[in-house]
Design a protein around this ligand. Structure first.
Ligand code: FAD
Length: 474
């Protein structure tokens, strides 16, 4: 018999029943960086406690968000450091977790360095700087700024799409939801794209190259999308999280109620029983657990640190690319005068960016501690290889401390870009596909939300299929 139920109550009943009936669904997330932990948080937002989540992390929560402690008693960002003012997810995570922003208040004087010394040095006087930059690069610099503002406006569209519950199977489709032209950005280098737009070779070989060198350790042959994201990261109001960016990942994990399993996943095996897909996850301690859905929240790369075996996966893994090595070396010492005059007098905070391919360092910059936004006189050097003591002495004198981090930092970007799928196989998802468009904390969050929404879509469609008659009877 059909019962008469008011429409509002009917919808509430439907929504509640829908997810309480899924209470036995379990999800594994592999990786506890910002991607994995924000995905756990988004899943909790969508399903409340009606799915159970295990998060596997073999190392420390935060992943590429990590800090280093120096002998001065301060901690410094060793991985992902800077967050853009327009990054809505990272900003909201600060608010909901009661964290505080450290605004990047002190601007550095940037020096573009070649084998022959400095090609260009910013002035510490703002007005003089504008004149100098216009003189050297012409109005192209203003047009480039407009291009980046336009890109940021289009990027913002993804937040509305995701708030409306839209999800995308591939990185290409997600970019096209921001702007149909973005898909083409993956198939042309930033250099060619900007030459086509009429920007001068000097602007591209100096300003654009410098931004990509410092942010991605690569060159102007990276694709247009990541090149533009890199330029956006040099402009606007930038900030970091007081106490360290990694806290966001720790706090999101707590909010999500996910169970943390501090082990490495070494194997993922697909099972197909009666057309129902599930996965067995095996860890380095010999633990084996079975899940309905698996989210891979770590890079899949030819040269990845922790090899993982996928067994019986019906659609084979695509040919993934390599990750780019970047070494961050922290130095307490004095920049050598004879090499870096006039930036080495200690009067300003500085950022030296090497333009030559054969230079052994990518950039050298003053760093601020995670506790405050005041610039301290310590240094962070980015390089492709670990620095030898000979190289360190070429850059600094009076060295009292050196610490380094060797990262497989971000994809090695090539044309045409790998356009990876968020879905590797039925119920098996990969957040870090999005890094092939651009690697950044906010990008991981966008990828994480997309995967959470893909899981919701899949659960909804399965539920609708098996329960459609029950729904009619309600
Ligand atoms: C030097 C450097 C500077 C950067 N600067 C910036 C910046 O200024 N701004 C910005 O927005 N971004 C920056 N980034 C990029 C940013 O840090 C990354 O895009 C982001 O942190 C990636 O997060 P993720 O969660 O996707 O991956 P990760 O942080 O790499 O997390 C993956 C996690 O998975 C774990 N894991 C891997 N395999 C397994 C396994 N088999 N089993 C269990 N656990 C596993 C790893 O231990 C790791 O913790 C920088 C990165 C580096 C390295």
């Amino acid at each position: 018999m059909r019962m008469k139920v008011p429409v509002g109550v009917f919808i509430c009943l439907l929504v509640t029943l829908k997810y309480t009936s899924q209470a036995d669904i379990n999800i594994a997330i592999i990786g506890g960086g910002i991607g994995g932990t924000s995905c756990a948080y988004f899943l909790k937002q969508i399903f409340n406690d009606n799915v159970s989540i295990d998060l596997y992390e073999g190392d420390t929560i935060g992943g590429r968000l990590a800090t280093v402690a120096l002998k001065d008693g301060n901690e410094y960002e060793a991985g992902g450091s800077i967050i853009h003012e327009r990054n809505r997810y990272m900003s909201s995570f600060v608010d909901i977790n009661g964290l505080e922003k450290n605004n990047n208040a002190v601007s550095e004087r940037v020096g573009l360095y070649t084998n022959d010394g400095f090609e260009f040095i910013e002035s510490s006087n703002h007005m003089v700087n504008i004149m100098k930059t216009l003189w050297r690069y012409g109005y192209g610099i203003k047009e480039m700024k407009n291009f980046i503002d336009d890109l940021l406006n289009k990027f913002d569209r993804i937040y509305e799409h995701q708030a409306a519950g839209h999800s995308y199977d591939t990185v290409n489709e997600l970019l096209m939801a921001m702007d149909p032209a973005f898909s083409g950005y993956l198939n042309i280098s930033i250099k060619d794209a900007f030459l086509n737009l009429g920007y001068s070779e000097k602007l591209i070989e100096e300003i654009v190259k410098a931004s990509i060198k410092v942010n991605y350790g690569q060159d102007v042959n990276v694709h247009q999308f990541v090149g533009a994201v890199s330029l956006a990261g040099m402009d606007g109001s930038l900030w970091a999280i007081k106490g360290g960016n990694k806290q966001v990942a720790e706090k999101l994990l707590n909010l999500s109620n996910a169970r943390l399993i501090q082990e490495y996943v070494v194997q993922v095996t697909q099972n197909n029983n009666n057309n129902e897909t599930s996965y067995m996850i095996s860890t380095n301690t010999g633990r084996n657990l079975t899940y309905d859905y698996v989210v891979f929240a770590a890079p899949l790369a030819e040269n990845q640190k922790i090899p993982i075996i996928f067994t019986d996966i019906s659609s084979p893994l695509k040919n993934v690319g390599k990750y780019h090595r970047t070494v961050s070396t922290f130095v307490v010492g004095k920049l050598r005068n004879e090499k870096f005059t006039p930036l080495s007098d200690g009067s300003d905070a500085v950022l030296v960016i090497a333009l030559n391919e054969n230079e052994f360092f990518n950039s050298i910059g003053n760093i601020e501690s995670v506790a405050s936004s005041s610039i301290l006189r310590n240094w962070k050097v980015f390089s492709r290889e670990p620095l030898t003591s000979y190289q360190l002495n070429e850059l600094f004198e009076s060295i009292s401390e050196v610490k380094s981090f060797d990262w497989l930092a971000y994809p090695h970007y090539e044309i045409p870009s790998k356009s990876l799928d968020f879905q590797l196989s039925d119920r098996l998802y990969h957040i870090n596909a999005i890094e092939w468009a651009a690697s950044a904390m906010e990008m991981s969050c966008v990828g994480a939300k997309n995967v959470a929404l893909l899981i919701k879509k899949n659960i909804d469609s399965n539920w609708n299929e098996t329960n459609k008659w029950m729904r009619v009877e309600l």
